[in-house]
Design a protein. Structure first.
Lengths: 249, 470
């Protein structure tokens, strides 16, 4: 299916196997997807601004191409089994992208999430954020990659990855990579993997919270900053409620 | 001559030049069972070692080249000399005067005896496949420290060697470990008895001289309970324009409460494929430190590995890599946490210029049961021009929830502002560049003994100035 999106469109992505979208030059568009769509290709024309929100498990593959001055804000939320690959190509000069992935795995969930930012145009900016938590015997994998191609002078990118391990049997694999083919750039990444801080939990209990309530509050603290970045608050609240449901099970 | 005088005139040509050696011309190229048997017979090895070599040769034939890292397909295994011993060397010398004249001259140019007199507790110098010189100061010999050429150690302490030899880097590990198992020759054997603290560093220098040479030295280090030591390795080879191969192996056993530091400056010529395997097994409350500089060799794949086996053990990795025109430096650190309360830190710095390619490829693994493991990894790279590239691939695999792991990395160019400031203070652009680069790698260089630190800084300055000299 092919579709052109115009200014102020709010578009709910249908459940189809292949979707090609074009966001018109200068348009400001919201797209929401509640189900896994197998393949999506999106082109942002010059100056277009796209806010993309997805909330689904399953298997999908997405490619975003940004022309000159285009702007993408991409919010991806995954609960449950998932295999996802997202590529954001900053093709035009001055284009910018923010991608944020939030994942939560429980029981025997297997989650493999790949996000790649490719800087091709000059003065392109991108930021990649990932926050993931796993419990039970879930296995979460996040592979974030920032690639800077020759000629992308003035490009600037950062990758931040934070992971929380909630129980003994779960696993996390993180690989935040940088592939830099040009020197007039700045790129950085940071990653952390940690468990819930016992001291904080103890402190909350000393203030009268039960251990379960304390854990909820800490998990909320871990995700909330990131969830608030999502422009649709109702969306983030729903995701947060679902995370808490998974936590208490 | 002061300890540093020889470094003032340090010149790449010192490392790149070679001696004409008749023996090398007569040496046989290619790898065969007959050659493996000959090496073993030459060294009068026990039967188990020959059996191990032959088993490794089988493995080498079975195993495929690694599929990650640098392209190794240009290596022509049939065109490499796997074993070459200078004619006049029948066993190594323990007095510098007894080392054959040609070889002595090479090592003197590299500054080996001078360094020994000044600062070292013991020195070894290997020339192609065999050791030319080995010496341990008496005070350390008296307390039971063993610092020997590996071939000689096998003769003198067969049981000790058998207990540890290729237990950490077994020949089935990968193709080059198998090759090493089949044709290893020379290297260092160091044994520090329990509670002995060797305060001065021990040094070995490995030199490849022959054309199309392969050097496969084996370094085996056993640091007993509560002991301490520091071992330094320097490496170089002349430039010929034909492929040389270095597939050494380093195994270090750090026992309970012991502390050991392994420093190396690898400066092979650009014809060399440097495919070294270095691993340490660290027991309870012991500490292992790796300090490494990779400057030479056309293609490097080197990932020192620490296995934190005992509770409370600690590993510390520091590394600098410099990739210039035509070089690929694929380096990194691997740390495996097996026991509770283990900790590790990794600091990797890389610089590339003139089309050089740097890759940081690290692994941090925390196995089930390694509760309370802590790790901090930092890798920074500096790209000096538009032709050069830098990749960072750190993998973190965690099977335990009670851990704390942090990783940080940054890549960028030298800040124009810093350059401009230094120039405004009267420095030339080259000097300013060298100063910034030296500052960038300083946290690692300052961990090296003085002579090596100066050598490393000078080598980097030389690399930085290369195009201007042409």
């Amino acid at each position: 299916m092919k579709k052109t999106l115009k200014n102020h469109d709010v578009y709910i992505l249908p459940r189809e196997s292949n979707v090609a979208l074009v966001v018109e030059a200068g348009a400001e568009v919201w797209v929401e997807a509640h189900r896994a769509v197998q393949k999506v290709a999106v082109r942002l024309k010059p100056g277009a601004h796209l806010r993309w929100m997805t909330y689904h498990p399953g298997k999908s593959q997405k490619i975003f191409t940004l022309e000159e001055g285009a702007r993408l804000e991409y919010f991806h939320h995954v609960l449950g089994k998932s295999e996802d690959r997202t590529e954001i190509l900053l093709e035009g000069n001055e284009s910018s992208a923010l991608s944020q992935t939030i994942f939560f795995g429980k029981a025997d969930d297997r989650q493999t999430l790949r996000v790649e930012h490719v800087h091709q145009g000059k003065n392109t900016h991108s930021k990649m954020i990932s926050r993931g938590a796993v419990k039970d015997s879930a296995f979460g994998r996040f592979y974030g990659n920032i690639r800077m191609l020759p000629g992308c002078s003035g490009a600037n990118a950062s990758l931040e990855e934070h992971n929380l391990l909630l129980s003994g049997g779960c696993k996390i694999e993180a690989m935040p990579s940088l592939e830099i083919r040009h020197n007039e750039v700045q790129a950085s990444h940071s990653a952390t993997l940690e468990k819930v801080d016992e001291e904080k939990l103890f402190y909350l209990q000393s203030r009268g919270l039960s251990p379960e309530e304390g854990l909820e509050l800490l998990v909320e603290g871990f995700f909330w900053d990131a969830l608030q970045k999502c422009p649709n608050l109702a969306f983030s609240e729903q995701i947060f409620k679902d995370i808490l449901k998974c936590l208490s099970k | 001559m002061t300890a540093l005088d020889y470094l003032k005139d340090l010149d790449r040509s010192v490392f790149d030049s070679h001696n004409e050696q008749g023996y090398a011309k007569r040496a046989q190229k290619g790898l065969s069972e007959a050659l493996v048997r000959r090496i073993s017979a030459d060294k009068k090895e026990p039967a188990w070692m020959l059996a191990y070599r032959l088993k490794s040769l089988e493995k080498w034939r079975e195993l495929k080249l690694p599929t990650f890292g640098v392209d190794l397909s240009p290596i022509d295994f049939g065109n490499i000399i796997y074993y070459a011993a200078p004619d006049e060397m029948k066993g190594y010398a323990t007095k510098w005067e007894d080392v054959p004249e040609d070889i002595k001259r090479t090592f003197e140019r590299l500054g080996i005896p001078e360094a020994e007199r000044k600062v070292l507790a013991g020195t070894g110098a290997q020339y192609d496949s065999v050791n030319a010189y080995h010496k341990l100061k008496e005070e350390w010999e008296r307390v039971g420290v063993i610092f020997e050429d590996m071939d000689r150690a096998l003769q003198k302490y067969p049981d000790l060697v058998k207990r540890y030899f290729m237990k950490l880097v077994p020949s089935h590990d990968h193709k080059f470990a198998a090759l090493h198992g089949a044709v290893w020759s020379g290297g260092t054997f160091l044994y520090i008895p329990a509670s002995v603290k060797v305060t001065a560093p021990l040094q070995a220098y490995f030199r490849m001289n022959a054309r199309s040479m392969g050097q496969f030295e084996h370094t085996l280090i056993i640091v007993e309970e509560g002991a301490e030591g520091h071992y330094i390795e320097g490496c170089s080879a002349p430039k010929y324009g034909s492929t040389s191969l270095h597939a050494g192996s380093v195994e270090i056993f750090v026992k309970r409460g012991a502390k050991f530091r392994y420093s190396s400056v690898e400066n092979w010529s650009q014809d060399t494929y440097n495919l070294n395997t270095k691993r340490a097994l660290i027991d309870e409350d012991a500490t292992m430190e790796w300090v490494g500089g990779n400057l030479g060799s056309g293609r490097t794949m080197l990932y020192p590995c620490s296995i934190l086996k005992g509770r409370g053990s600690h590993a510390n990795h520091l590394g600098v890599a410099f990739a210039n025109t035509g070089q690929v430096q694929d380096t990194g650190a691997r740390v495996i946490h097996l026991a509770p309360d283990t900790s590790s830190t990794v600091l990797a710095k890389s610089i590339c210029k003139g089309g050089g390619r740097n890759v940081y490829r690290g692994l941090l693994q925390v196995n089930k049961g390694a509760t309370g493991a802590k790790s901090q990894i930092r890798c920074d790279s500096l790209i000096l021009d538009a032709l050069s590239t830098s990749d960072t691939y750190p993998t973190m695999r965690v099977d335990e929830d009670d851990v704390s792991i942090g990783h940080e990395a940054s890549t960028g160019k030298i800040s124009e502002e810093q350059l401009f400031y230094l120039q405004s203070r009267g420095l030339s652009e080259d000097e300013a560049l060298a100063m910034i680069v030296n500052g960038f790698i300083d946290p690692i260089v300052k961990e090296l003994p003085l002579e090596y630190a100066v050598e490393m800084n000078r080598l980097i300055e030389m690399e930085l100035n290369k195009p201007q000299r042409k």
